[in-house]
Design a binder for this molecule. Structure first.
Ligand code: 4AD
Ligand code: MG
Length: 473
């Protein structure tokens, strides 16, 4: 099919040439026998204007040109007299490729995001979702480009796994067993010997453990794939199926890791500003008036590097000064998102990388600090070299750590936490055979997209969201 994409048509200046454009009708209006159609083909947020004299077209065909209909238009490219667009198409022939009934769910403007979620299969045709999806694509390209240019290898880790990397136990099971006729042993436990893999398996919550095997062989790798968490969190920040980017690098320490996190995120934000200008301007106007300023702000700021213990001190001081929080924040507690957002949005007003968390609130693989912190004059429990990157509007966008490279210390943690050893032998081999200092992090792709688009709900930055009680489309 010979066609010019709208994005290219709007840039052409060879006025008078023949042109064919195809796309979906955003709107149609008429005045004094002349019709104007705004046509969009998804290549850009911008529409191309189609102009024609009603007298030259069949009335029956013109009636079919309704919002959402799909057209193929032949005509002449002309300079547009209208403001805000260089060129338009003077139609000589219009073919309606697909009519669109008036029950088209994206008919009206100004529908709520909740309404659009219920029609998520069609919301991709709207300006907002078009912009978000183009930015999502661009962020994926930015990520691959960043790592490729920095010498990381794209490494594929399995989606089906027998280990629970984060130890959080929020996994979706994978089985071919007949659920109506489950065989159990004498203790009442399900027997998996006859299951597809001969053992209990689940969808992965993280590719990190296999990623560590890659990094301790190739030096630096990254994963970029879907991950699955059956946590029943109905929040605007959680999905049951989300995409994660997990770089893992040999021979780095905590400072190197934080440098990498900051450099990487800034690279992605800069990419968006440089490559997604039209879409960002649209979102800045329609969704979040502070968006572009916030993105530019992140590039200018140096991220704050904040010890967890110091963070608790700041929060407790704020409470003493009258700041109210819903959840407590004593030393040893996991920070709630309200605490993270206080530090980032009110106290520092810039991104924060928090480090040296209490061991007991973090995963088993994090490197244990040599010295215990002192808080309120007392020595506290051990901390680990974990890093969470906290962002305005989002909260935690990255979670990472330096990994415990000592076999004995790692074993100690595994035993203390009662992690089933028999599933972990292959991971422990990284510490038995040429163990090395290494670390990495996980970036939640949709949280990055939330930040870069200014959208408020994580369900609106992935084409087909999966959340508790929702697997439609
Ligand atoms: O902090 P998390 O759980 O870290 C890990 O999984 C490590 N294995 C990463 C690593 O060191 N290689 O998750 C990493 C990031 C979070 O910071 C958050 O951005 C995102 O993944 N994330 C989610 N995003 C959407 N929905 C959820 N349910 C998410 N859970 C985590
Ligand atoms: Mg985390």
């Amino acid at each position: 099919m010979k066609r010019t994409k709208v994005i290219d048509a709007l840039q052409r200046t060879d006025y008078g040439s023949d042109i064919t454009v195809m796309g979906w009708v955003r709107s149609k209006r008429g005045s004094k026998g002349i019709f104007f159609i705004a046509l969009n083909d998804g290549s850009t947020i911008k529409n191309v204007q189609i102009v024609g004299d009603e007298a030259n077209f069949s009335a029956e065909m013109l009636k079919q040109i309704t919002t959402g209909a799909c057209l193929s238009v032949d005509g002449k490219l002309v300079e547009s007299p209208a403001a805000g667009q260089a060129s338009e198409v003077q139609a000589t022939r219009i073919e309606v490729l697909g009519t669109c009934g008036n029950d088209y769910p994206m008919q009206k403007k100004g529908q709520t995001f909740e309404y659009m979620r219920q029609h998520a299969h069609m919301r991709l045709r709207t300006n907002t979702f078009g912009a978000v999806m183009r930015i999502r694509h661009n962020m994926a390209m930015a990520i691959h480009t960043y790592f490729h240019e920095h010498g990381y290898f794209y490494f594929h880790t399995p989606l089906i796994t027998a280990s629970d990397a984060e130890g959080a136990g929020q996994m979706f099971q994978v089985t071919t067993k007949n659920l109506y006729d489950l065989k159990k042993n004498e203790e009442g436990h399900i027997i998996y010997d006859d299951d597809f893999f001969g053992k209990m398996t689940s969808l992965t919550v993280s590719g990190q453990l296999e990623g560590e095997l890659g990094a301790t062989a190739l030096g630096a790798i990254y994963t970029f794939g879907p991950t699955f968490r059956a946590e029943n969190s109905n929040t605007p920040r959680h999905l049951a199926e989300f995409w994660m980017i997990e770089p893992e690098v040999a021979f780095i320490d905590l400072d190197d890791l934080m440098d990498l996190e900051e450099d990487f995120i800034k690279y992605c934000v800069r990419w968006a500003l440089n490559n997604c200008k039209d879409d960002l301007e649209f979102l800045n106007k329609m969704v979040d008036k502070g968006l572009i300023a916030r993105l530019e702000g992140v590039l200018k700021e140096e991220f704050v590097r904040l010890d967890y213990t110091k963070g608790i001190e700041i929060l407790q001081q704020a409470i003493k000064d009258g700041r109210k929080f819903e959840f407590p924040c004593n030393w040893g507690d996991d920070l709630a998102s309200e605490h993270e957002r206080f530090l980032v949005e009110e106290y520092f007003r810039k991104p924060v990388i928090m480090t040296h968390y209490p061991k007991k609130i973090k995963a088993f693989y994090m490197k244990i600090d040599e010295k215990n912190p002192v808080f309120d004059g007392r020595e506290m429990e051990p901390t680990v070299q974990g890093t969470d990157v906290l962002f305005p509007q989002i909260g935690e966008i990255i979670g990472g750590s330096v990994r415990e490279e000592s076999y004995d210390k790692l074993m100690g943690e595994i035993e203390e936490r009662n992690i089933p050893m028999k599933d972990m032998w292959w991971y422990l081999d990284t510490r038995r055979f040429g163990s090395c200092p290494h670390g990495g992090f996980g970036l939640g792709f949709e949280r990055l997209i939330l930040f870069v688009t200014g959208m408020q709900n994580i369900r609106d930055v992935i084409p087909f969201p999966r959340t508790p009680k929702n697997a439609e489309f």
